[in-house]
Design a protein around this ligand. Structure first.
Ligand SMILES: [Zn+2]
Ligand SMILES: [Zn+2]
Length: 81
């Protein structure tokens, strides 16, 4: 007699299942150019580049320049997916 094992016991607390991966043109998951991980909290600069909120905040401490294109960053918006 085989008892089926439960792989996933329903919903796990603290682990909301999200399918909203941000894609970068060719269907690849976008990775932050600073930490090279898919951003958890995404922000977009006025020049249109995406970063982690934390990474960009760190970079902007040194000066308001986009680490991708060196454009002056005067606006940063959260991106919700
Ligand atoms: Zn990052
Ligand atoms: Zn830029």
């Amino acid at each position: 007699m085989v008892v089926p094992q439960r792989a996933a016991g329903g919903s796990e607390p603290g682990q909301p299942r999200k399918e909203g991966h941000l894609l970068d043109g060719n269907g690849k998951i976008y990775r932050c150019p600073i930490c090279h991980k898919p951003p958890v909290e995404k922000v977009v600069t006025n020049c249109g580049h995406l970063f982690c909120l934390g990474c960009l905040t760190n970079v902007l401490q040194a000066g308001p320049w986009c680490p991708r294109c060196q454009t002056e960053v005067y606006r940063v918006q959260r991106v919700f997916t």
